[in-house]
Design a binder for this molecule. Structure first.
Ligand code: DGL
Length: 272
């Protein structure tokens, strides 16, 4: 009897690794199929129809791999496509949402900053969450143009990244933010750089751990019996639609710098 679920996780590129890391830590008995749509990255400037088309192809691919739940580990794809995916595929989807709610509830200065892609800011989720939870506080928002590309080039710790981030963060600091919401799954790779830029006391809000918890809740609702930890040996298969070296490099970095181990790793291409 097997009690291991195959969880599909996808992003426009390597950003979703910041979510996969939390999933593997919280739910180590499951297997994961991670898809990086490197060939079509970045999604941020693309229109919703194009993102829906790409997300649908990736979802069908993940279903073919035997996934029974999919984590859309990309804020931009969640904003554009999650309603469509939920309406058209008979499996549960867990999506990303910028952590505006926890930041808005916790801010003492009544001022928060949000860094995300254009696609995420244009989405219904961001508009609704901000209207609901942040109506009475100052929200300083900034499109992180160029940031995803730096992560994809393996340059998240570069001088170039630090300078670009400083440009984006400076106006927020003028607004006395005490929370910075990372509204794109690529951005947690900048946390070491951000910690140097942000004054002490500014909290960085990354929704990835909450998304892993939500996935655990959905899995336990779906499970007919509690997870026994027995079953087929867990594995993580990484797919890319393009270049695969940054993916390998960052997976290695995550394993080195955190206690997370991606069990039985393998890397493959799926080009479309
Ligand atoms: N990781 C994606 C997100 O969370 C990046 C979007 C992009 O490819 O521009 O939005």
């Amino acid at each position: 009897m097997t009690n291991t679920t195959k969880v599909g996780v996808f992003d426009s590129g390597v950003g979703g690794l910041t979510v996969l890391k939390e999933l593997a830590q919280l739910l180590p008995h499951h297997s994961y199929v991670y898809f990086a749509d490197t060939k079509h990255c970045p999604y941020g400037p693309k229109g919703p129809d194009e993102i829906i088309r790409l997300s649908e192809i990736i979802t069908k691919f993940l279903l073919d791999q035997g996934c029974t739940i999919i984590v859309v580990a990309c804020n931009t794809a969640t904003a554009a496509a999650i309603d469509y995916l939920r309406a058209n595929f008979p499996i549960p989807f867990v999506g990303m949402e910028p952590a505006v709610k926890p930041a808005a509830l916790a801010t003492k200065t009544k001022s928060i900053g949000v860094l995300a892609t254009k696609g995420t800011f244009n989405g219904r989720l961001y508009r609704e969450t901000t209207a609901k939870y942040a109506a009475n506080i100052n929200v300083s928002y900034q499109v992180g143009a160029g940031l995803v590309e730096l992560v994809e080039q393996g340059k998240s710790q570069s001088k170039e990244a630090s300078e670009l981030l400083q440009t984006y963060i400076a106006p927020m600091l003028d607004e006395k933010i005490d929370h910075l919401v990372l509204g794109c799954t690529h951005y947690p790779f900048f946390i070491p750089v951000l910690k140097k830029i942000l004054p002490e006391g500014v909290v960085i809000d990354n929704p990835a751990p909450a998304v892993a918890k939500q996935t655990a809740r959905v899995l336990s609702e779906e499970a007919k019996e509690p997870h026994s930890g027995i079953g087929t040996e867990p594995s993580v298969t990484f797919y890319s639609s393009g270049e695969i070296d940054t993916l390998k490099f960052l997976v290695h970095e995550i394993e080195l710098t955190t206690k997370v181990v991606f069990k039985n790793k393998s890397y493959q291409h799926f080009i479309f």
